[in-house]
Design a protein around this ligand. Structure first.
Ligand code: FAD
Ligand code: NAG
Ligand code: NAG
Ligand code: NAG
Ligand code: NAG
Ligand code: NAG
Ligand code: NAG
Ligand code: NAG
Length: 624
């Protein structure tokens, strides 16, 4: 019996009572009638998992890979292409920098333009296959001026991409991949820190163009919520979402980054926000999802339908439980917002004063969040000099006078240290103009960049000793050359409402989400690269873990080699998440590195480095 069979037919939604109506693109669905109209052979490619008509591929040690006997023929791919809702919906991957290499795409002018635009993240986000962490794609086919990858191969890129325009496209993609034993991945923007949105030999579902929005000024959820809400397509990015909300005089809880895919990986993994110290995580504000499950069925997950799935999708991570097509979230009235920026550097004031002034900011960590603040601050090293940048101190629902009062003790402390700063404190009419003016466009990651993070709890900052200890490990990491990005915010349940979801419980005690990184010379041998990585994972990040025992790590901004990741990402919620994964994805159709239930599989990368450029196979020794 199919777990979702009762919700299979489109008509059950049209006659339903959900206030969040399906988008037009969600009404175009795969039906049994459609499958009946196909030849038996074709129907076997596209049938739902529960159907006896589905092609019964014998489980193999590895997912079927290009070149294997079982890899679909050109004719097979053409069949998939023909079923899609748009004529050019199936895209065979061509790396963006292919014009820079010998072969049919070589074109010097295009290569030059591509190279010039490489650091602009939009160049990659708007491409069907590129990701923002090139390290995990295997660094193939970079523009030679960026990195001499020598040849242009597909590396960790998927083989084919479905440019999803309807639910039908997604259902066809999932069923085709599952019935043929192929690897399946989902890409929205490609922001994932660990390369979870790509994979060699995969069929990829690209959700980037699902950008519909509907606003409800008086949404009524059967569970008790009454108020404004916004339903948005899975492809919405912060800049789309915040503009749409602003057009209706409301705010919603999404990411800080301009281009982050809020309704995709961000919200499914939690999503910390400039509004988190007021309203919790993005995931805490979800009222419902529309989702295509790994069986190919299209369902609603909300507080009364598919409750387990609803719980898991709010924090359990993207690319794991299904392909979300839209999310309905709470909205709140807009408010005056103020942002403050300032900076100081060790060249100007000297290193001792610099670190004393930076340490003084750690006295503000708790008072800031208790006032509802989200403060993003950067410690940027340059040789042995460092710059402190408030980027920015973001104060939703506060006037500039209130912010001046709040910051006064800190600026006084700086003054007594003999450090003068010239803060810019600007009051905006609403959240949207403040957000637009204060958060810079995120650049494309460098090939050498490996990132990771740690959640620092409130208890670390209560005493002076505690503040000294946390400051000490962060200072040491910066002095060793790592950039530090601090998010001083507190997405506690008390503020976000009493939400029971799968967000990492460590977030509830967090007052500082600390991101750090390491530059790795990717020209070195695999052994040297792995040794350098160990000094990050088991050096810098271990020093962060050692002073935050019992806390965790934000899965969406984590080191790809995070040890004990199940516990770090989900704590005691992992057990239930794993059982839900086993229930909704009995065939492990969706797999991503360190996603729930990913333990039984490994990417056998061709160079032994952590990346996506090899086959996805069962961990040796596990039973098929
Ligand atoms: C520059 C930058 C800024 C960031 N800012 C923030 C921030 O302010 N707050 C925050 O919380 N995080 C932030 N992040 C982290 C961000 O949450 C993660 O990178 C997240 O994975 C992005 O999701 P995406 O859909 O945009 O990216 P993708 O890389 O496309 O997808 C991420 C994961 O989600 C899966 N996925 C995507 N769409 C769907 C879907 N529709 N259904 C099911 N699975 C899906 C993918 O398969 C992949 O596993 C930032 C990251 C970067 C690089
Ligand atoms: C490169 O950037 C320029 C200027 O922003 C833009 O006009 C052009 O379309 C971009 N090219 C690509 C391939 O993205
Ligand atoms: C959940 O979705 C179903 C199907 O659309 C709908 O009938 C139900 O009212 C929704 N539940 C809530 C709590 O809104
Ligand atoms: C780093 O310092 C060097 C001089 O030591 C200077 O030339 C360079 O501009 C600095 N870089 C940044 C990003 O500040
Ligand atoms: C916004 O500020 C007003 C006035 O200070 C206060 O009453 C209200 O509770 C605040 N809203 C939030 C969400 O904190
Ligand atoms: C914290 O560090 C400062 C600067 O090093 C030092 O003066 C102070 O005594 C320390 N406080 C405690 C309680 O360790
Ligand atoms: C970190 O240390 C653990 C335990 O010793 C080890 O299993 C792991 O491989 C190390 N990680 C890296 C990246 O070296
Ligand atoms: C598993 O075994 C196969 C076949 O012996 C081998 O090629 C592969 O490298 C092994 N994979 C891992 C991750 O050890």
């Amino acid at each position: 019996m199919a777990p979702f069979a009762t919700l299979l037919l489109a008509t059950s939604f049209l006659s339903g009572h959900s206030l969040a109506k399906l988008f037009a693109f969600e009404k175009v669905q795969l039906t049994e009638k459609h499958l009946d109209s196909l030849s038996d052979e074709d129907a076997s490619l596209f049938a739902f998992q529960y159907s006896a008509a589905a092609k019964n591929s014998t489980p193999a040690r590895c997912r079927v890979f290009p070149g294997d006997n079982k890899w679909p023929s050109e004719k097979g791919w053409a069949k998939l292409s023909r079923q899609l809702s748009t004529p050019n919906g199936l895209i065979a991957t061509v790396p963006q920098a292919a014009p820079c290499y010998p072969g049919q795409y070589q074109n010097a002018a295009k290569c030059q333009q591509m190279t010039a635009n490489w650091t602009n993240s939009y160049t990659h986000i708007d491409d069907p296959t590129e990701i923002l962490s090139p390290m995990y794609q295997g660094i193939t086919c970079e523009p030679p001026a960026v990195f001499d990858s020598n040849t242009c191969t597909l590396g960790g890129y998927p083989s084919y991409v479905i440019n999803a325009k309807t639910v039908l496209d997604i259902q066809l993609g999932i069923n085709f991949a599952r019935n043929n034993g192929l690897r399946l991945v989902i890409k929205n923007t490609g922001h994932d820190f660990a390369g979870k949105s790509t994979g060699a030999g995969a069929l990829s579902i690209w959700t980037h163009n699902l950008k519909d929005v509907t606003f409800y000024d008086n949404y009524v959820d059967d569970s008790g919520y009454k108020g404004p809400a916004l339903k948005g397509g899975a492809g919405l990015q912060s800049f789309d979402l915040y503009k749409a909300a602003n057009d209706h005089g409301v705010v919603v809880v999404g990411g800080e980054g301009q281009t982050v895919g809020v309704m995709g990986g961000c919200i499914q993994g939690g999503c910390h926000s400039p509004l988190s110290s007021l309203y919790g995580m993005g995931a805490d504000n979800v009222l419902g999802f529309e989702v295509v499950t790994p069986t190919g069925e299209f369902v609603t997950a909300n507080s009364t339908s598919n409750q387990d799935l609803f719980w898991a999708l709010r924090g359990g991570g993207g690319g794991t439980f299904g392909v979300v097509t839209s999310v309905t979230v709470k909205a709140y009235p807009d408010f005056t917002t103020t942002a403050a920026t300032w900076m100081f550097d060790s060249i100007t004031i000297g290193r001792d004063k610099f670190w004393a002034a930076t340490r003084a900011y750690f006295d503000r960590i708790i008072p800031n969040v208790d006032a509802g603040i989200y403060s993003l601050f950067i410690l940027a090293p340059n040789g042995s000099e460092t710059t402190f940048i408030s980027a920015p101190f973001f104060a939703p629902n506060k006037t500039s006078a209130q912010v001046s009062t709040l910051l006064n003790p800190y600026f006084s402390a700086l003054k007594s240290l003999g450090v003068t700063v010239t803060p810019q404190i600007t009051q905006y009419k609403g959240f949207y103009p403040a957000w637009r003016a204060n958060f810079a466009l995120e650049p494309m990651s460098e090939v050498s960049n490996a990132g990771g993070s740690r959640l620092f709890p409130r208890s670390n900052f209560v005493s002076e000793t505690g503040r000294n200890i946390s400051f000490g490990v962060i200072q040491a990491s910066v002095q060793a050359g790592s950039q530090f990005i601090g998010f001083n915010e507190a997405p506690t349940l008390a503020r976000g409402g009493n939400v029971d979801n799968s967000v990492n419980p460590a977030w509830r005690n967090t007052v500082l989400h600390a991101i750090t990184g390491k530059q790795i010379d990717m020209h070195k041998s695999a052994a040297e690269i792995l040794a350098a990585r160990a000094t990050f994972t088991n050096g810098t990040l271990k020093s962060f873990r050692d002073v935050t025992v019992g806390s965790g790590t934000y899965l969406n901004e984590a080191d790809r080699l995070e040890p004990d990741w199940q516990n770090a990402f989900w704590g005691d919620k992992y057990k239930r998440l794993l059982s839900i994964k086993k229930e909704v994805d009995t065939k492990d159709v969706l797999w991503a590195i360190h996603a729930v239930g990913s333990e039984g599989w490994v990417v056998e990368s061709v160079n032994g480095l952590p990346n996506e450029n090899g086959r996805l196979c069962r961990v040796n020794g596990t039973t098929v």
